[in-house]
Design a protein around this ligand. Structure first.
Ligand SMILES: *[C@@H]1O[C@H](CO)[C@@H](O)[C@H](O)[C@H]1NC(C)=O
Ligand SMILES: *[C@@H]1O[C@H](CO)[C@@H](O)[C@H](O)[C@H]1NC(C)=O
Ligand SMILES: *[C@@H]1O[C@H](CO)[C@@H](O)[C@H](O)[C@H]1NC(C)=O
Ligand SMILES: [Zn+2]
Length: 305
């Protein structure tokens, strides 16, 4: 009986994780996504704040961060299988750059099916909301949750990674004493180790520290430049290019399968993880303020890179 249960659990795990293209890939951990969305919601102007409240289901009581991880929870459901490639971008191994036309497609080659295309898509859908004639083809609540989630993903450097190792997912290694992989180190390990070492495991304190550094600290003079955006296409291209650049300079750098990563790696990469969470939040707020404030983010034409 126990034996059979073991097999079926294994089989379920296999079904959930093995059939789709990537094995069991999560995203920026739920902590990372929640922090990005919390930072964003605190920066919303009244109009955007109101629209977000209207779109969220009552049970979250207006808290966007409670649902920012929803796209990760549904990506393996049959109904949402199509969203699975929208969480990441595979770039050519060692190229260390991002080109929309070359890289933004799903594993079968269907164009625009990547995290950069998804942000464009859901920004575009939400921009019709303020007309009051929201397009009935689209579910605006889902568009809000997808946009909020993918804005986090595109800022996680290893979500714009190399193709052959699936953004570090197949680079097995140790994080201090336990088994992990390079993708997961950036999704979750660094955040959890920071929370444990410096914030008494309280993620809220970590998030408040990030917000303190935004309003009145190391990043306060960077805010304006982070927010700069003349059109959503060129902006997502910039965010993706920043991520693969960081992935090369800090993520993959000096790491090989089988390594043990510990203090040196943690201390040098932690500031980057924190900055990307902050940037994701500031930029999500910027996009939401514009789409719900009636200021277009459209470009006359898509800018190919
Ligand atoms: C855009 O969203 C629609 C559904 O809302 C979906 O059918 C389409 O595949 C999406 N495309 C991208 C690139 O996200
Ligand atoms: C929109 O999507 C949410 C989440 O999947 C769902 O609960 C809600 O019923 C949908 N709304 C409409 C109008 O279909
Ligand atoms: C905030 O900035 C201080 C330096 O002023 C730094 O020591 C701290 O780690 C930063 N916190 C976060 C969460 O980035
Ligand atoms: Zn994701």
């Amino acid at each position: 009986m126990l034996f059979l249960r073991g097999i079926s659990a294994y089989f379920v795990a296999f079904l959930v994780c093995g059939v789709v293209y990537e094995p069991c890939v999560l995203a920026w951990s739920k902590e990372g996504h929640a922090m990005t969305c919390k930072i964003a919601q605190d920066l919303l102007e009244p109009e955007a704040q109101h629209s977000v409240q209207m779109l969220l289901p009552d049970y979250v009581k207006g808290d966007l961060s409670a649902l920012c991880v929803w796209p990760d929870q549904v990506r393996h459901w049959y109904r949402y299988r199509w969203t699975s490639p929208l969480h990441f971008i595979d770039t050519p191994d060692r190229a260390c750059n991002f080109k929309y036309q070359r890289d933004c497609h799903d594993p079968k080659g269907v164009k625009d099916m990547c995290v950069a295309g998804a942000i464009r898509n859901f920004t575009d859908q939400l921009s019709h909301y303020h007309h009051g004639t929201s397009d009935r083809r689209y579910n605006m609540t889902e568009a809000l949750l997808f946009l909020s989630h993918f804005m986090g993903d595109i800022h996680q450097p290893m979500h714009v990674g190399f193709t052959s190792d699936e953004g570090g997912n197949t680079v097995d290694l140790r994080w201090f004493r336990h088994k992990s992989n390079l993708h997961h180190v950036w999704d979750r390990e660094i955040i959890l180790t920071a929370a444990a070492d410096y914030y008494g495991k309280d993620i809220n304190l970590l998030q408040q520290d990030i917000q303190g550094n935004l309003t009145d600290g190391i990043w306060s003079s960077d805010l304006a430049s982070w927010r700069e955006c003349s059109g959503i296409s060129s902006c997502v291209n910039k965010y993706a290019a920043e991520s693969i650049d960081l992935a090369c300079k800090w993520g993959y750098k000096d790491v090989e399968s089988g390594d043990t990563l510990s203090d040196d790696y943690f201390n040098s990469r932690l500031p980057i993880v924190m900055k990307r969470i902050a940037q994701g939040g500031v930029r999500l707020a910027m996009v939401l303020n514009r789409v719900f404030g009636g200021h277009s983010l459209h470009e006359d034409s898509v800018v190919p890179i």
